[in-house]
Every structure is written in C-alpha cells, then in structure tokens.
Write a protein that binds this ligand. Structure first.
Ligand SMILES: C[S@@+](CC[C@H](N)C(=O)[O-])C[C@H]1O[C@@H](n2cnc3c(N)ncnc32)[C@H](O)[C@@H]1O
Ligand SMILES: [Zn+2]
Ligand SMILES: [Zn+2]
Ligand SMILES: [Zn+2]
Length: 408
C-alpha cells in the first residue's frame, strides 16, 4: 500500500497512528487530493472530490461549505476559467460538460505528476540552484526514460584517467606560482576575482583540483561548485518542447550550468544518432576540443542542460573545462552567460558554435543545427527548423531524399 492508502485505511478503521499523523482530533477528517467537477443549484455549489488514498470510484459530491481546500479550489477555478474561455463561454454553467470536467481532471493529474517529478529532481541534484517545473501549455507530463545525474557517467569501455597535478600557490589569483593550474599547460587564468569568465570562447578553463594546496574558496574553482541559480524547466509555446528559464538575474560572463550526460565514443554516437534522428530530437554533444573521439549523450542521463534549447542569438556560451581530468579529449562542457540575463528569460545556446576563426579549438552540439552551406561533418543528421529565428539550421538527410536547402 502507498502511504496515502495506509492513512486512508487508518481513518476508515478509526485507528490512530503517530507515523501517519492520524490522531483522535483528526481521525474523522479526509484530505482532498484534487477537485474533479462542479455543479450548482439555486441554493448551493458542489464539487466532485477525489479523496487522497481512495480510488476514483469513491469520489463524492460535496457542498462547498464542507470543504477547506482554498488552494485547490483556486487552481480548479483558474483551470475552469481557461477551459471556458477556450470554449468561448463567459459564465460558469450550472453543470459542466463532460469534456470540460475530463480536461480539468487531466490537468490536476498532470500537475501532481509534475510536482512529484520536481521533488525527485530536487532530491537528486547536488547543486545549490533549485529546479522548478511548469507546463501551462499542454497536457504533457515528465519525460519518460530520463534520469537526472550531476556528473558525467562514463560509458562501457571508456576509462577516465584522473591524472591532474595540483598547484602550490598561496593565493591562486593574486600570487599564482608558475601560472597556477592553467599555467601548467601554458594557459591563462580563466576567472576574475568575482568568478566571472575573462578568457575568449575557444580557450580552455583549467580549474584547481583535488591535488591543489588551495582550499574550496579558491577563485579558480567555479564550475566544480555546480549550478547556483534557481532554474525552471517549462513547456515552450512554439513547439520547441521543454526549455529552461532562469528564475534569478544572472550577470554577464557567469557560470550557469554544465552539459552532462553519458560519455560514449563517437562511433557509438553515430549508431545512437540514427535512432534519435528518427525520434526527432538530439541530445548528442561532440567533444571535439582536440580530437573527435568522445560524445556526450544526454538523451537518457543528464542534468537540466538536457532541456536547454538552441538559439541563433543565444545568451549562453560553451567553454571546455579541465578539473581533475587533464585528458584533452575529454573536457567538461560549461555554459556561461554572454550577457546579463533577466529573471524569467529562457536560457539558450548555439548548438553549432561559430567560434572566432582565431580560436580553432571549438565545441559544438551534434550537428543537427549546422548551418546549411558550411562544410558538413559526416555526422550531420536531421534538419531541425529553428523556431527561435525562423531561419533554418541544418538539412534533411533521410533515406529517400537527400536535398540541401538554400535558405538560412
Ligand atoms: C537538447 S534538446 C532541448 C530540449 C528539448 N526541447 C526537450 O523538450 O527535451 C534538443 C531538441 O530540442 C528541440 N529544439 C531545441 N531548440 C530548438 C529550436 N530553436 N527550434 C526548434 N526546435 C528546437 C529539437 O527537437 C532538438 O532536437
Ligand atoms: Zn594555484
Ligand atoms: Zn590549483
Ligand atoms: Zn587554487
């Protein structure tokens, strides 16, 4: 039995139970799980109640005066108003159409399943930034077959050699010894004293690691501290699936999130890509900083970056990061803001980065969004029409037709 069912059983049998919070004072109270329907007579208004812990067959009509669930009632009426508007009806009828009440029940169930998913995501995350989930657009629930992870998962047959050397600076920013960790590979310190990125896209970030003598407050530790902002996974209104928006203001050049997933070989990515293409979505990110050997697959395992959409004028930019692992074929991928981002704005990055020609070390998402006309990688797959700029960002290559578009 679920906890809800156990609690309902206690109440039915008149039993008290400390763990379930059922006591003498409240044993005769029942909890409304959600409201399903509405009707009114001359004298009174009624709601059809789904009781927590009871099957829907045991739903009952209750007069409004018996109910004490103001939040659920408010939500029910918001949903109802929206439905009536959709049916171009101005006032609440005495009795709801079957079609309307059925949608209201579906909405209530959707809200519950999204809340459960949100709680699960927050339970799983290991970063300070909280995750919220919202779908005000349609009746799609949490994605199936997706597990939230915080760090790369290494696929079969791939061995990470964690071989970083540490620095011995007293103060990694003010008094770096031999250039601190970035200096060891002749690179510049990536951050200023506020933790903002100050190198150009294409240049790598070498953060301090577990072998360094500096502590956790070292200014050269940013990406490793994880997501700091409250973010919301929301359903987009123009057919781009789910997206991510920030709920807090983000300053320019600030670390926002890492792109994590399963690390697989590029050959394996090629195989999986063919399956994903048929499903019409891609979550493959090629790690081509020095060599095209590995790909991050965030299709089934990923963090919130799984939901970040593409834009041709994005507000996030990708950087390659090395922390404990210095294998240049396996950088971590970090997304930094390219400008100040207001609370409420959607976060996006350019899946096909066009990095300044002087910065040859580039990083890009699986080529689905490659611009037509540019040299095509062998991995080019489905074309996705970018609904962000209404230009198009790739080309179709299916079995029957191999045609290249000219727009864009
Ligand atoms: C990494 S996922 C982003 C999250 C995705 N929207 C979802 O619901 O899971 C990439 C997929 O999102 C969709 N997408 C992302 N950006 C888009 C855009 N600008 N225009 C149209 N579709 C987009 C495409 O289906 C693409 O293959
Ligand atoms: Zn140092
Ligand atoms: Zn260091
Ligand atoms: Zn340090």
């Amino acid at each position: 039995m679920s906890w809800d069912e156990l609690e309902a059983l206690c109440r039915r049998e008149g039993l008290h139970c400390k763990q379930l919070g059922v006591n003498k004072a409240n044993v005769n109270e029942y909890e409304v799980e959600f409201l399903c329907d509405y009707k009114k007579t001359k004298e009174e208004e009624f709601y059809l109640v789904k009781w927590r812990g009871f099957p829907e067959l045991e739903n009952t009509w209750e007069p409004k005066r018996n109910l004490r669930c103001p939040k659920l009632m408010k939500q029910f009426h918001l949903d109802l108003d929206e439905e009536l508007r959709r049916h171009k009806r101005r006032s609440i009828p005495k009795k709801l159409d079957k079609e309307v009440s059925s949608i209201l029940v579906q909405k209530a169930k959707l809200r519950q399943s999204l809340q459960r998913w949100e709680a699960h995501l927050n339970y799983t995350r290991n970063h300070p930034g909280r995750i919220f989930v919202k779908n005000d657009v349609d009746l799609e629930g949490p994605p199936r077959n997706f597990t939230y992870i915080n760090n790369y998962e290494v696929g079969q047959g791939i061995v990470l050699d964690e071989m970083a050397v540490g620095c011995e600076c007293k103060d990694c920013l003010e008094e770096p010894m031999n250039g601190c960790c970035p200096g060891a590979s002749l690179h510049r310190m990536a951050y200023n004293d506020k933790g903002q990125i100050r190198i150009r896209p294409g240049q790598p970030i070498y953060e301090c690691n577990s072998r360094c003598s500096c502590g956790p407050d070292c200014p050269n530790r940013v990406v490793q501290k994880g997501i700091q902002f409250d973010l919301c996974i929301f359903k987009t209104e123009n057919g781009r699936g789910w997206g991510v928006r920030t709920l807090q203001h983000i300053k320019k050049n600030t670390f926002v999130m890492e792109y994590v997933g399963e690390i697989i070989t590029t050959d394996e990515a090629e195989r999986r890509g063919q399956v994903y293409d048929r499903q019409g979505s891609t979550y493959l990110f090629d790690l081509d900083y020095v060599e095209d050997v590995y790909t991050v697959d965030a299709t089934h395992l990923g963090n919130i970056s799984h939901f970040v959409n593409h834009s041709c004028s994005p507000n996030l930019q990708v950087f390659n990061v090395f922390i404990d692992n210095i294998d240049e074929r396996l950088p971590r991928i970090a997304l930094f803001s390219t400008r100040a981002i207001r609370a409420g704005e959607e976060l996006t990055f350019d899946y096909k980065m066009q990095i300044d020609p002087v910065d040859t070390e580039s990083t890009k998402m699986d080529s689905s969004f490659s611009l037509a006309g540019l040299p095509s990688s062998p991995k080019k797959r489905i074309r996705v029409e970018c609904r962000d700029c209404f230009g198009f960002a790739g080309f179709v290559e299916d079995q029957d037709s191999k045609r290249r578009d000219t727009g864009g």
